[in-house]
Every structure is written in structure tokens, then in C-alpha cells.
Write a protein that binds this ligand. Structure first.
Ligand SMILES: C[S@@+](CC[C@H](N)C(=O)[O-])C[C@H]1O[C@@H](n2cnc3c(N)ncnc32)[C@H](O)[C@@H]1O
Length: 211
């Protein structure tokens, strides 16, 4: 197990849980949370975004499909005495929510690496739960598209989304998908690497748009 301290909060990270990286920090460093927000942290991993957002927000719900991540995030919630503000649930995207739940802010640092089926088969013995943390399917977009298809069902009318996008999984496709659903985007931050560009976007309902 590894550990680190961020903004005075201590985090333990299991070997099979996503260790916060450039994408996580791009989002956490640019969080815009207000004290009235009911926040959803989709794919919470070790809970870093949920716990930092929980410092300000009214309440945060973190969701992860990995049992190990859920146990890990709950441990970090307890370690940082955030039990009253952060709740962690096990589930595949929206399955962990009640149909009437609505959020003022959604955070999502999705798994976005394209992992071809052939590659998985070659190395199937080594394909464990940790790979799920970055496995975005054949094109890198499977989880992103599933998120985009339904996020607005659980968003308050004035709600916002802060989401990390990568040049490895067709940034423009995400932006045009969101626009088609009546959302406008703003690029808030960017990090460039020799193999990838990470962009943090904020989404909110385009004003005056009636789908
Ligand atoms: C790139 S990691 C981000 C973890 C953490 N939010 C961070 O920023 O460090 C993506 C997370 O999404 C989770 N995940 C993958 N598929 C998911 C799904 N269908 N539903 C919920 N969580 C999922 C993974 O288990 C992983 O913890």
C-alpha cells in the first residue's frame, strides 16, 4: 500500500486502486465547489476528489465499480474524519443512484485509455481490476459515452460537470456530444505531455437552449 498527503489530507492507496496522477491533480487543482453543492464523484478511486470536494460541499457521493476502490475510499474518508460529508457507493456508473437523486456538481476523471481486445487477450492473466481504472474499451470511449448518455438525468437544472478529457480518446467527440445535449463547455485547464494532452472542461446547460 502506498500513501501521500495532499492539502493536509492523508491518503492510503491500495496496490489495485488507481494511484492519483496528472489527470487527478488537473481536476483537483481546478475544483469549483460551493458550500451548497451536492456533489457526485464518478469513479472515485481512492477518494481523493470526493474528500477534497467534501471539505467545501454540503455532501459528496463517490461511486466506483471496483470493490477494492470502494473499500479504499471509505478507509480514506474515515482516516480524514469525513464520514458526515462523504459517502462511497459500489456500482457501475448510474446503478448506484436512486432515480430521484440530483447533483449540483459532477466530477469525473474517467478511464479513457483505448485497450484493444487483442491486447487484453495476449495478457489476460495480468488483466486485473486495476486495469479497469484506465480501460476505456476498444476506443477509450466506452465509459465516457455511457456517462455522457445519462449524466443529465441526475444533474440539477443549474448543475455543472467538471471532467478530464484526453487526446487519446477523441476530445472533440465528447464536446460535440455534450453540445448536442444542450450543454456548453469551457476549457478550464490543460496539461501537455509528449504522448498525450489532458484537458479539464466544465459543462453546464446552455442558457436559453430548449432541447
Ligand atoms: C482514472 S481513475 C480515477 C480515480 C480518481 N477519481 C482519481 O482522479 O484519482 C478511474 C476510476 O473509474 C473507475 N471506474 C471504471 N469504470 C467504472 C464504471 N463503469 N463505473 C464506476 N466507476 C468506474 C475505476 O475503478 C477507477 O477508480
Amino acid at each position: 500500500m502506498k500513501s501521500f498527503v495532499y492539502q493536509g489530507y492523508k491518503f492510503l492507496v491500495f496496490e489495485d486502486v488507481y494511484y492519483p496522477s496528472d489527470d487527478s491533480f488537473l481536476l483537483v487543482e481546478n475544483l469549483i465547489v460551493s458550500e451548497n453543492d451536492y456533489v457526485l464523484d464518478m469513479g472515485t478511486g481512492c477518494g481523493i476528489l470526493a474528500i477534497i470536494a467534501g471539505n467545501t460541499a454540503k455532501k459528496v457521493v463517490g461511486i466506483d465499480v471496483s470493490e477494492s476502490a470502494v473499500i479504499n475510499a471509505r478507509m480514506n474518508v474515515k482516516l480524514n474524519k469525513m464520514e458526515g460529508r462523504v459517502e462511497v457507493r459500489l456500482g457501475d456508473l448510474w446503478s448506484a443512484l436512486k432515480s430521484n437523486e440530483r447533483f449540483g456538481l459532477m466530477l469525473f476523471n474517467p478511464p479513457y485509455l483505448p485497450i484493444p481486445e487483442a491486447e487484453k487477450k495476449e495478457d489476460v492473466m495480468n488483466m486485473g481490476i486495476l486495469e479497469k481504472a484506465w480501460d476505456g474499451g476498444k476506443t477509450g470511449r466506452e465509459i465516457i459515452d455511457a456517462f455522457l448518455a445519462k449524466f443529465d438525468d441526475f444533474l440539477e437544472d443549474e448543475g455543472r460537470v467538471q471532467m478530464v478529457l484526453s487526446s487519446l480518446s477523441e476530445i472533440e467527440k465528447t464536446l460535440s456530444y455534450a453540445e448536442k445535449k444542450g450543454f456548453q463547455f469551457e476549457k478550464k485547464a490543460e496539461k501537455k505531455f509528449f504522448f498525450e494532452r489532458l484537458v479539464l472542461i466544465n459543462l453546464k446547460k446552455a442558457s436559453g437552449f430548449n432541447p
